[in-house]
Write a protein that binds this ligand. Structure first.
Ligand code: HMG
Length: 394
């Protein structure tokens, strides 16, 4: 998808806000429960903590919470396209975005759809939004990416779970990042990670998935750098899909070697580290992870990134990968939510192992009857339960 830039119109990310539920478990707790050295998680995977979904929240409530602070009266008038990316869908037919559209009181003159391709679909949504904005330059697009990453208790993937949502406003003359027109895209049929309709947890060949991730990155980079003419050193910072932060570090080291960059280890580290801070605490949020990483970079990087290029690598198992780039806009600091995001992460209640297990194993009954979810979250939007096969939200 190459965007034909008819004029010098800049299109991209105008605002980015994420949300994660107010419960988390320290990976120390998991490590001691499983009799594992906590350094395996802290150093080996680069993870410290992960958010846990309470029974009365889901991808809809998370996405609504993420978007709420972005929806002022002007944006309500300007948004006519809502794209919802997820691999934790709550209905086979109705787009999760329609519940969010309703909860936020968006305009009825609006296209709303759900997109799926593992962790990649938010990036496809972003590129579709940019093409759409070339045709509808006075409008804005609301991109939602929301997921609950589940592998199961006592599995190798357990310490790489997490949950969260991101809401992104895309527009012409964006305040944060203008997306550039070249991409390196690769699709391949691989079974590294998937979730059949009848399972609540992913089936994953973990070590194989990390190899496919790295190989796909190199192929995407090759195509992106061929098309754009941009070398490694022309990117000031890099954001990767973050299933666990050590994966992004390995990806960056591998890319640097493959691009024959002379960048030293310390400089390589500083090119990605500010972007990993939120994910170390939140865990994997599948479709949202790359963009939570982008918020983390913009909000935690001490250097002024104005007019600097960021390289983005999006990966979704199965698999589709895409490398693309964007340029940070002057004055971006004024459009960030640094304090709000940091307080979301630091104010989460830390669960004991038993509480985590209860949240993890809770399931809204699937018999179509009337059921009320237990109240855990003191938040604006809650999943109340279901009645006659219908999910009910507050
Ligand atoms: P594991 O069994 O924990 O692997 O599974 P391990 O035993 O090899 O240990 C992991 C690392 O910890 C190793 O480092 C060990 O050496 C180190 P490495 O060799 O990799 O550099 N280690 C220690 N370090 C310090 N002190 C210690 C210690 N002990 C060991 N005491 C695995 C790890 C990632 C496979 C597992 O967690 C998993 O299956 N995760 C889920 C799959 C995943 O995240 N894949 C990533 C790529 S695919 C992707 O990103 C897409 C995805 O987001 C889904 C989507 O697209 O929708 C997942």
């Amino acid at each position: 998808m190459s965007h034909v830039v008819s004029s010098e119109k800049k299109i991209g990310i105008d605002a980015i806000r994420f949300y994660t539920p107010s419960f988390a478990i320290d990976l120390h707790t998991i490590a001691s429960q499983r009799g594992i050295d906590p350094n395996k998680f802290h150093v080996g995977l680069g993870q410290h903590c992960m958010s846990v979904m309470p029974p009365d929240e889901d991808i809809v409530t998370m996405a609504a919470h993420a978007a709420l602070p972005l929806i002022d009266e002007q944006n309500k008038r300007d948004i006519h396209l809502v794209l919802f990316a997820t691999e934790s869908g709550v209905d086979q037919s109705k787009a999760a975005g329609l519940w969010v559209h309703h909860l936020l009181g968006l305009s009825s003159s609006c296209r709303v759809v759900e997109l799926k391709q593992a962790c990649y679909s938010a990036t496809c949504a972003l590129q579709l939004a940019i093409s759409y904005l070339h045709m509808h330059p006075t409008e804005k697009v609301l991109l939602l990416a929301s997921d609950n990453a589940r592998y199961g208790l006592n599995t190798p993937g357990e310490p790489t779970q997490g949950c969260g949502a991101v809401a992104i406003i895309l527009s012409v003359s964006p305040r944060l990042v203008a997306i550039e027109p070249h991409q390196g895209v690769v699709a391949d049929h691989v079974m590294d990670f998937w979730r059949p309709n009848y399972l609540n947890e992913a089936v994953v060949d973990g070590k194989y998935s990390t190899k496919v991730y790295l190989n796909t990155l190199l192929k995407c980079w090759e195509e992106y750098s061929r098309q754009s003419g941009h070398g490694f050193s022309e990117h000031a910072r890099f954001c990767y899909h973050i299933p666990f932060t050590r994966m992004a570090e390995k990806a960056h080291e591998r890319l640097s070697r493959s691009a024959s960059s002379q960048t030293c280890a310390t400089a390589l580290h500083s090119q990605i580290e500010p972007g990993l801070l939120y994910s170390k605490q939140l865990g994997n949020a599948y479709t949202a992870s790359l963009y939570i990483g982008c918020a983390s970079l913009l909000e935690n990087e001490l250097e002024d990134l104005s007019e600097k290029r960021i390289g983005f690598f999006s990966y979704g198992s199965g698999c589709v990968g895409e490398f693309f780039s964007g340029v940070v806009q002057r004055g971006y600091q004024k459009a960030l939510f640094r304090e709000e995001h940091q307080s979301l992460l630091t104010s989460r209640a830390k669960l004991s192992y038993e509480q985590y297990k209860d949240f993890f194993t809770y399931q809204l009954p699937e018999d179509g009857g009337d059921h009320t979810t237990p109240v855990h979250s003191a938040v604006r939007f809650r999943l109340l339960g279901c009645r006659n096969h219908e999910r009910l939200y507050q």
